[in-house]
Write a protein that binds this ligand. Structure first.
Ligand SMILES: [Fe+2]
Length: 235
């Protein structure tokens, strides 16, 4: 649900060779559907959706060469700003696999009031926002009450697989597991950018979580929510 595998469009993959290797690694990590979510920032030069779609088609062909049951879908990681709905309509932002789901990124120190207001507008416009790596958004990560409020609004949450790892003195993984257990984490994503510092890592995270959380909870996180998303149904 969160990857930077398309070549030459952001700080992710550099070329097709790297994209191919990242796809190979993702597949061996257990991934079968991968949404390409290149960064989408505000600014003068707006994204041409058709260019991204074309890269996604080529990446999907590569995926199919790896295995017939491997699919690449289109998307964006959209840095929040006003007017997102209009940019979508104008063909400058891609929703997740052309559904009403939208992966939205906030600055780590963004004020909660602005986050809430912005997401409410997106929901009112008929979108289903997924907060990208919610664990990085400080005010949100630290408050279960705020997470609950956003959930009531219809907002979903994505967490990076690497954030569940961490050492014994790192309290973040334990808190994140609690959120998964409470149904506040809907999607896992590797947020992969390359093969070294930010690789398509999933397996060790899934194994660790499976040891500590009930099977029903893992099913929801890894399969049921994905199925709902792929069928363009709400969670
Ligand atoms: Fe990302």
């Amino acid at each position: 649900m969160h990857s930077h595998i398309l070549p030459g469009v952001d700080d992710g993959s550099k070329d097709w060779e790297m994209t191919s290797q990242m796809l190979n690694e993702a597949y061996s990590q257990g991934v079968r559907n991968i949404v390409a979510t290149p960064h989408n920032y505000p600014g003068e030069k707006k994204q041409d959706n058709e260019k991204i779609r074309d890269l996604v088609r080529q990446a999907d062909e590569l995926a199919k060469q790896i295995a017939p049951d491997f699919t690449v879908l289109c998307g964006n990681e959209v840095l929040y700003r006003r007017g997102i709905a209009q940019e979508i309509e104008d063909g400058h932002i891609l929703t997740m696999a052309d559904s009403r789901y939208l992966l939205v990124e906030f600055y780590p120190k963004e004020r909660y009031s602005k986050i809430y207001q912005g997401l409410r507008e997106l929901v009112e416009d008929g979108f289903c926002p997924i907060i990208a790596h919610m664990e990085r958004v400080q005010e949100l990560f630290e408050s279960e009450e705020k997470i609950r409020d956003l959930r009531k609004l219809g907002v979903l949450f994505q967490v990076n697989s690497g954030s569940f790892m961490g050492g014994v003195f790192d309290r973040r993984p334990a808190r994140l597991r609690k959120y998964v257990n409470s149904g506040f984490v809907h999607f896992l994503g590797s947020d992969c950018h390359n093969l070294t510092t930010r690789p398509p890592r999933m397996k060790d995270c899934v194994e660790k979580l499976s040891r500590k959380l009930p099977a029903s909870c893992m099913d929801r996180l890894l399969y049921e929510n994905q199925e709902q998303f792929l069928q363009k149904k709400y969670i």
